[in-house]
Design a protein around this ligand. Structure first.
Ligand code: COA
Length: 421
């Protein structure tokens, strides 16, 4: 599936105008992991490039709180109040619940009172799929401001006794604001693909409707990530190359035009091999997986934010974001960067936003309290407080106010007779 530059109706372009990240504090080094599983810093570094990862150890730090923090940072750089957001797309492989969507929890946390919100499940390709959705919503005039978030607490669904997987993943979140603009550029083209025949290659088997949670599924570790690493490796190198070629082609660009590729940060060798096949030199590829490991949907927006922090992006640069993941899925986007990356926020703007977030928190608390009160006033059989009071203390029951069935029927017949006359 694709949406190309040429398909933009009404001269509406989709630009990334805000960016941000949220990283948990706790760092887990390869040496630390070697104390819990049979591995070594040397093995992990040479096979993957990863040196450490960040883990959300505080139970109050969740996929939604990390996502909300990244979203606030993105809104800050965009200088956009959360009330102006039309849609929140949260790409995640570790949602807080099967439902409600983590995006809804983020909507509440940031007080985006005018936004729709949904989760996008395309594993590590999810963030780039989200960019494709944002571009579509903007191009069709359905939205002006879309928050696209990638947020993960994969540490909670990884088997910490399985060395094949636990060394790879990390927690974190990244977000962007995609905004409608009449200025040509922004997200030029996208590619979103899938090969479901590889669904079992990278999977969290239990907890869904096919294999609901039972004592057995828990005991046999079916609620943890399972992966055939070699199969993923072969697939990934192929699709990263193909997807990059496709989006460049659709945007009318050549490989030589690319200023920076921001690939999914899964494995240094996968990135190096696919970029070599494309003929792209190392200096045109951004990598930070050594610090964070594979943060799934969050890896590309975190990398984008750091590339900007390191002055690797300037207006009119041609950027490719490309990823792959469970599904098996892949996705790419070619972007012409459209806005300055240096941002100055005044004290007044920061205070205004802080006040708005505090207000949103208070509003949410009030709504929760009033909902709790409301349901405490209605008993399990659906009787309202007035009905229960009347039952307990006597007095007229509400149904006594209504005319008996026969009287009601007579009244109706009388009225229809009057109308006919
Ligand atoms: N430490 C030490 N040894 C390990 C290990 C670890 N953390 N994990 C696996 N091994 C062992 C294997 O058990 C195997 O041992 P064996 O030969 O005795 O069976 C050996 O190392 C080699 O395994 P192999 O699969 O050939 O290694 P590899 O070079 O393919 O690297 C991956 C393994 C997982 C790093 C690599 O396949 C990979 O990165 N795949 C893609 C995974 C990915 O990106 N997933 C996320 C997708 S979004």
């Amino acid at each position: 599936m694709s949406l190309d530059a040429g398909m933009m109706p009404f001269g509406r372009y989709a630009h990334i105008v805000g960016w941000g990240k949220a990283i948990p504090d706790r760092v887990v080094t390869n040496d630390e992991l070697a104390q819990i599983v049979d591995t070594s810093d040397e093995w992990i570094r040479t096979r993957t490039g990863i040196r450490q990862r960040h883990i959300a150890v505080d139970p109050n730090e969740t996929t939604a709180t990390l996502g909300a923090k990244a979203a606030r940072a993105a809104l800050d750089t965009a200088n956009l109040p959360s009330s102006k957001v039309d849609m929140i797309i949260c790409a995640t492989s570790s949602p807080e619940h099967t439902f409600p969507a983590t995006a809804c929890i983020i909507q509440d946390l940031i007080g985006a009172t005018n936004a729709g919100a949904f989760d996008l499940s395309a594993a590590c390709s999810g963030f780039v799929y989200g960019l494709g959705m944002a571009k579509g919503l903007i191009a069709s005039g359905q939205a002006d401001n879309v928050l696209v978030i990638g947020a993960e607490t994969l540490s909670r669904i990884v088997d910490w006794s399985d060395r094949n997987t636990c060394v790879l993943f990390g927690d974190g979140a990244g977000a962007v604001v995609v905004q409608a603009s009449a200025v040509p550029g922004g997200i030029l083209s996208t590619e979103m693909g899938c090969d479901g025949s590889g669904a079992d290659v990278l999977i969290l088997p239990a907890g869904g409707s096919k294999m609901p949670a039972t004592l057995e599924t828990v005991a046999s570790g079916q609620h943890f990530v399972k992966m055939n690493g070699r199969a993923v490796f072969r697939f990934a190198t192929r699709v990263m190359t193909d997807a990059t070629r496709k989006v460049l082609d659709r945007a009318g660009l050549r490989v030589e035009d690319v200023d920076l590729v921001i690939p999914h940060q899964a494995n240094e060798r996968i990135i190096a091999s696919s970029m070599r096949q494309l003929g792209l030199s190392e200096d045109k590829v951004f990598m930070n997986l050594q610090h964070y490991g594979n943060t799934s949907t969050a890896s590309i927006p975190i990398a984008l934010t750091e590339a900007i922090e390191q002055d690797r992006i300037k207006p009119h640069d041609k950027i490719v974001m490309v990823g792959f993941g469970a599904g098996l899925t892949w996705a790419g986007a070619a972007i012409e960067w459209g806005v300055p990356t240096e941002r100055e926020t005044s004290f007044w703007q920061t205070s205004q936003r802080t006040a708005a977030y505090n207000l949103a928190r208070a509003r949410s608390q009030l709504l929760r309290i009033s909902r709790r009160l409301e349901s405490s006033l209605v008993s399990e059989d659906g009787a309202s407080l007035a009905e229960r009071m009347s039952k307990r203390f006597g007095g007229r029951k509400p149904e006594e106010d209504a005319p008996p069935a026969e009287a009601e029927q007579e009244l109706l017949e009388e009225r229809s007779g009057e109308e006919e006359a």
